[in-house]
Each structure stands twice: as C-alpha cells, then as structure tokens.
Design a protein around this ligand. Structure first.
Ligand SMILES: NC(=O)c1ccc[n+]([C@@H]2O[C@H](COP(=O)([O-])OP(=O)(O)OC[C@H]3O[C@@H](n4cnc5c(N)ncnc54)[C@H](OP(=O)(O)O)[C@@H]3O)[C@@H](O)[C@H]2O)c1
Length: 273
C-alpha cells in the first residue's frame, strides 16, 4: 500500500529516542521529510543520521517543550529547515516531574502535577498553536497526539500522568471539532507498555528489586508474568509498532479517521473499547 507520504513534512516531538524515534523511522521510510526533535542534540542528530542512512531526509530541532523558550527554539529551527509542517506528532511525555518514577497520589505535590501537565499536555498545545493554523490555511494537515492506556484506565500510582494523558485524548476531540471540514484531522494513539528507555528504566528497577536476570527480554517476560499489565500478545510493544499505526493515520488514506483514540497495546487494556 502506498501511504502517499512522499514529500510531506513531519515534526515528531521526542524523536531522539523511544516511540518518537520509531515513528520518525517509519514515516521516513514512507518518504516523509522528518524534523527530529529532542532536548539532547547529539541523540537527535544520531536519529537524523539513521534516517539519512536509509535514504531519507531529516533535520534536527532541539528545545525543551515544557517551556515557552524551548518551544520557540523548536518553532524557529523547524521553520528554518522546512518552512511549514504537514504532519505534527506530539509525542513527548513522561513522568519527569515525579522524578521519573510512578509518583503517587499524596506524594505528588501541586508542582509535580504542574510539571507533568507541562510535559504531557501543554507542550503539545504549544506545538499546535505554532503549526496548526497554517495547516488549516493550506487545507491539509495531520495532528497525532500520543497519550497512553493510562489516559482511559488511570492508576493511583501515576495519577498526574494519567490525568495529563486523559487531557490529551480530550483536547484531541475538541481540536478536531475546531478544525471541522478544514482538511486537518486530529487523532490520539494510546500505547501500552512499549520497550523504550522509559520502560526499560522500570524493568531495571523492578529487575533489581526482584532479583531477575539482567537480560531485558527475560525481564520483559517476568514483568508481564506479574500480571500488573496483562497482555493478549506474547510481548509488549516496540516503537515501530506505534510508528506503523501513526503512519496510516498521517496518510491521506486516513482522511476519514478524525477525533479518534486508537489503543496500540497488544491487547493490554482490559476493556471493550
Ligand atoms: N514506553 C511506554 O511504555 C509508553 C506507554 C504509554 C505511553 N507512552 C508515551 O509515549 C511517549 C514517548 O515515550 P517513550 O517511552 O518513547 O519515552 P522516552 O524513551 O523517555 O523518550 C522521550 C522523548 O521525549 C523527549 N522529551 C521528553 N520530555 C521533553 C521535553 N520536556 N521537551 C523536549 N523533549 C522532551 C526526549 O528527548 P531527550 O531525551 O532528547 O531530552 C525523548 O526524545 C510519551 O508521551 C509517553 O508518555 C509510553
């Protein structure tokens, strides 16, 4: 299937690693020009090099999207490299304000909640304000926001993160309605556990606490066997699993998918929708 992405310009936030990197690689393979983004310039450049190595086109824009200043730097670099953006993937996120761990309801201060909202939700709003009005004026565009299974199935251990991810799913719908009949679609993808640095940090700390072997594949299976996040598939996700779904949503072929939230979790979510 030709996804008709050749020549489309895509900014993938947080593509210096993990799921964002997976999305960037798949879109590049489909012919899109990629703006790789992260805070770490070296790692972002490595991903851009990996894209060039497969014959793709890539540029780098760096900046902390939890701040207005960082976002301004990303906006300026993106404009300088490619002019406008046709496909915006709002992927950055995490639990950094909670110290990288899960946090907890009465452990997380209002500052942690604010930081978590900045990283997972407000960062995406900054990019939407910067790039989406021009998509609407051109009559074509795609916005894909990365949430999480926790956005619809919250846990008390990660309350702030789950609430921020619920906000991502919610604002996706209001933005799709704001952009009605404009040619710009807006959707959410919600990964389950996916083997990235973020997830491997969890496997490492669990593995050390439980005395599991160091092999990450073994730790992944042991983690699944705990039954906290049961899964209908034999493994958890890989970044390019998410990339394949995103590529279809980003394609002109995905034109009739709008305001939706797609789970991509190998059957992890214990729900019928
Ligand atoms: N992995 C999972 O199991 C899982 C499950 C559900 C949802 N998700 C969601 O998927 C998305 C990607 O997660 P991941 O596992 O791929 O994470 P990751 O491996 O930790 O990568 C995070 C990426 O986001 C960038 N980033 C984070 N905060 C940033 C900020 N404030 N400003 C600019 N860049 C920032 C990082 O850039 P630098 O490193 O260059 O700073 C990095 O490129 C997140 O939204 C996460 O919540 C992940």
């Amino acid at each position: 299937m030709d996804l008709q992405l050749t020549g489309k310009r895509a900014l993938v936030t947080g593509s210096s690693s993990g799921i964002g990197r997976g999305i960037a690689m798949v879109l590049a393979r489909e012919g899109a020009t990629i703006v790789v983004h992260g805070r770490n310039a070296g790692r972002s450049e490595e991903v851009a090099e990996a894209i060039r190595a497969i014959g793709g086109t890539a540029h780098v824009a760096t900046g902390d999207l939890s701040t207005d200043e960082g976002a301004a730097a990303v906006i300026e670099a993106t404009a300088r490299h490619v002019g406008g953006i046709d496909i915006l993937i709002n992927n950055i996120g995490g639990n950094e304000a909670a110290g990288g761990g899960l946090g907890g309801w009465f452990r997380d201060t209002p500052e942690v909640w604010t930081g978590t909202m900045q990283q997972n939700l407000v960062a995406a709003i900054r990019m939407i304000h910067a790039f989406v009005p021009a998509m609407r004026d051109r009559g074509w565009g795609r916005v894909i926001n990365v949430s999480s299974g926790g956005g619809t199935q919250p846990t008390p251990q990660a309350a702030a993160y789950c609430a921020a991810k619920a906000g991502v799913i919610n604002m996706t719908v209001s933005l799709s309605l704001e952009l009605a009949r404009s040619g710009v679609t807006v959707n959410t993808v919600s990964p389950g556990c996916t083997r990235t640095e973020m997830f491997e940090r969890t496997l490492t700390s669990m593995g050390e606490a439980q005395g599991w072997p160091e092999d990450m594949d073994v730790r992944e299976q042991r983690f699944m066997d705990l039954g906290i996040f049961p899964c209908a598939s034999e493994r958890y996700g890989r970044p390019e699993d998410v990339g394949s779904l995103v590529a279809f949503l980003a394609s002109p072929l995905g034109a009739f998918i709008n305001g939706a939230n797609y789970r991509i979790d190998g059957g992890q979510c214990q729900s019928v929708n």
